[in-house]
Design a binder for this molecule. Structure first.
Ligand code: ADP
Ligand code: MG
Length: 659
């Protein structure tokens, strides 16, 4: 007998389930998509134990005919495609006919459905892929699918699942996404009877954004309007057009992760690198590359422009004309961002409200000063000559000859200062003077003719922590960096980052000892949360308590904060809590509480630390350096940025040709 055998359907379905059904949220996704494809106007999702014990989706869609109800569990049974040609233009969310059989093979599933065309309905029960029963039943029109004990027969998968709260957060985020994509449809999500999402059908996307996120978010967002771009015909297809609508955040709203980016192509939720990149490119130079905006983008195009059959979970797409799509999205984003501010006005100069994530935004607070950075000499000179109609304005030769051509791209004020001055590399300020020197033989090094080195001087290029202890502060540069003399050279210390490190270690110590100093707020601060945030809040409530917050649920989707760590100003409390919730969302997949605690301490420290652009007197500089020296890791901030740069004595000596 040969060795190759055709797999039984039960096995094949279980394998497919491995791709389609990763976790409870994937079941919700597939079932939601089916309900949407069925033309439902109201969809209700009930869950228990993070979806592993129960997921039930009830819709008022077209339902299934009795014969179809059974057929739906056959592999590759779908009402949505009949022929290969259809694959080229997929208008429905589902099309592979894999979801129901896959889910049925790894759970105990009940389907109850009645088509509007039949007088009675059908109830089908499947367990681990095996049909248990199929009965006629009196049912209302529409479909109810109940999935119990997900992965009961796949212990390996079950083990891989995270806590109920984590799985629930994934589900909540998914339902939120779909609620945003389909404002005309009502959605409801409950967990063990508790309502997490309940949105009624509305006419406008804007209203749905308000229902989901509340006023705060909505007022900040910029409406993209309806944008269209024509694609010219090519040998394969007719001329076509793409449309884009949605909302994006202004550059000063900066997120730590991609969780606030919602991308939809033809109503399908997707994760797509090309679109993410296009979005980022739209924000280029307006936002640091490490930060993320809030974005809700709906791209629509004719179905043959996009291939959705790239991955079993249908979250990836491939565009036929990728570059075109990329540039369209980038330009649309860029246009609205710039439209808000006159071009002559340096965009960065208008970052008046502080960015949300200071620690990750090196020097962005510096941006007010950018206008004052003098334009490099050659440029102003060339520009002046040009204005005067002088020799430099002569035209043709200029462009080619380079050198003095004013390349304003290089000096545009949008370019972050950090990039221009290359501070961000974290390399010690080892400025190697460019000597035309020895090679050309014009200069000779004469180290010993200048007298001996001062006694006790360290010329060791290794940064030594000892030196930190006896640094002598000499003053501040730009009210932002402490300049200090050390035995081994000249030190430049970023005052914000240094203070952040000091506070970070202090908060961590207090957290470990369970004695974070707290202050009562005069009036409790009530925060409205998104469903995903509310779930996160439940999950990390104890940790929040440990880190000095006293917060309680306040209605189903809000929390009241009564006390906060004393280090924080009252004005910072809201932002810090939201940032912490965001961090913990980001850590959903690999959240260890220790990491979370570190991140919390880092967030508090960052918010509480003194900022740059702040004058410090000698005593405070002195205090800062002493306290920093006592830190366990005084050389980098909790996020890994350097705290101090050093211009080593060795380099100084070299610069003066003393060695
Ligand atoms: P696909 O969505 O890829 O077609 P599924 O396995 O998800 O495959 O579903 C199989 C078929 O069952 C669908 O094509 C559709 O005809 C039917 N179906 C599934 N869910 C529903 C629902 N909620 N309402 C009506 N029909 C449904
Ligand atoms: Mg489907």
């Amino acid at each position: 007998m040969g060795r190759i055998r055709v797999l039984s359907d039960v096995v094949a379905n279980k394998i497919a389930a491995g791709e389609v059904v990763e976790r409870p949220a994937s079941v919700v996704k597939e079932l939601l998509e089916n309900s949407l494809d069925a033309g439902s106007t109201r969809i209700r999702v009930e869950t228990e134990a993070g979806g592993r014990r129960l997921i039930r989706i009830t819709d008022d869609g077209c339902g299934m005919l009795r014969d179809d109800a059974l057929l739906a569990f056959e592999r590759h049974a779908t009402s949505k495609l009949s022929d290969v040609k259809d694959l080229l233009s997929i208008a429905t969310l589902g099309f592979r006919g894999e979801a129901l059989p896959s889910i049925g093979s790894v759970s105990r599933l009940t389907l109850e459905t009645r088509s509007q065309d039949e007088s009675t309905g059908t109830r089908v029960e499947i367990q681990g892929g095996k049909l248990q029963r199929c009965d006629e039943a009196a049912l209302a029109g529409g479909t109810i699918i109940t999935v119990r004990d997900l992965f009961f027969n796949v212990p390996a998968r079950k083990k891989f699942l995270r806590s109920d709260q984590t799985e629930l957060a994934h589900i909540a985020s998914l339902v939120t996404h779909y609620a945003l994509a389909y404002p005309g449809i009502g959605f409801e999500l409950t967990h063990e009877g508790r309502e997490l999402i309940a949105v009624t059908p509305v006419a406008e996307l804007r209203e749905r954004v308000f229902q989901v996120f509340g006023t705060n978010v909505l007022t900040d967002l910029i409406d993209l309007g309806d944008r269209t771009r024509e694609v010219p015909a090519d040998e394969e297809s007719e001329p076509n057009h793409f449309t884009l609508r949605g909302f994006i955040s202004p550059p000063h709203i900066q997120k730590l992760n991609r969780n606030s980016i919602y991308l939809f192509v033809n109503g399908r939720l997707i994760k797509d690198r090309l679109l993410l990149h296009a979005l980022h490119a739209g924000y280029q130079n307006l936002m640091p590359p490490s930060a993320y905006p809030f974005a809700l983008l709906f791209l629509n195009c004719s179905y043959e422009e996009v291939d959705v059959n790239v991955h079993p979970s249908k979250t990836e797409v491939r565009f036929r004309r990728g570059t075109f799509v990329h540039d369209f999205v980038r330009d649309a984003v860029r246009d609205v961002l710039l439209a808000g501010r006159p071009v002559s006005n340096a965009p960065l100069g208008s970052f008046t409200s502080p960015p949300q994530v200071g620690a990750r935004l090196p020097y962005s607070e510096f941006t007010q000063q950018i206008d004052n950075v003098p334009v490099p000499h050659e440029v102003s000179e060339a520009a002046r000559m040009e204005a005067l109609g002088g020799p430099m304005a002569g035209g043709e030769a200029m462009g080619e000859s380079g050198g003095l051509v004013p390349d304003f791209r290089l000096y545009q004020p949008q370019q972050p200062l950090a990039q221009r001055l290359d501070f961000s590399t974290g390399a010690p300020l080892a400025v190697e003077p460019h000597l035309p020197a020895s090679a050309s033989g014009k200069l000779r090094r004469v180290p010993d003719t200048h007298g001996p080195l001062p006694p006790g001087l360290a010329v060791d290029p290794q940064m030594s922590l000892d030196v930190l202890r006896d640094l002598q502060p000499m003053g501040q540069l730009h009210d932002s960096f402490i300049i200090a003399a050390g035995r081994d050279g000249l030190w430049v210390i970023d005052q914000h980052v240094a203070h952040e490190r000091i506070l970070f270690e202090q908060v961590l110590r207090q957290m470990a000892a369970g004695e974070v100093e707290r202050q009562q707020l005069l009036i409790p601060l009530v925060l409205e949360l998104t469903p995903a945030q509310a779930t996160e809040f439940d999950r990390i409530r104890e940790e929040l308590e440990q880190s000095g917050f006293d917060a309680e649920p306040y209605g189903p989707r809000a929390v009241a904060i009564k006390a906060a760590p004393a280090a924080l100003g009252t004005a910072e409390v809201e932002r810090v809590v939201l940032e912490i919730l965001e961090i913990s969302e980001k850590e959903l997949r690999q959240s260890s509480f220790e990491e979370l605690r570190n991140e919390m301490a880092a967030t508090i420290a960052c918010r509480a630390a003194i900022k740059i652009n702040m004058r410090l007197d000698a005593t405070r500089m002195e205090w800062m350096l002493r306290t920093l020296a006592e830190c366990e890791f005084p050389m980098s901030c909790p996020h890994g940025r350097p705290i101090a740069l050093r211009y080593a004595t060795r380099e100084i000596l070299r610069g003066f040709h003393r060695i």
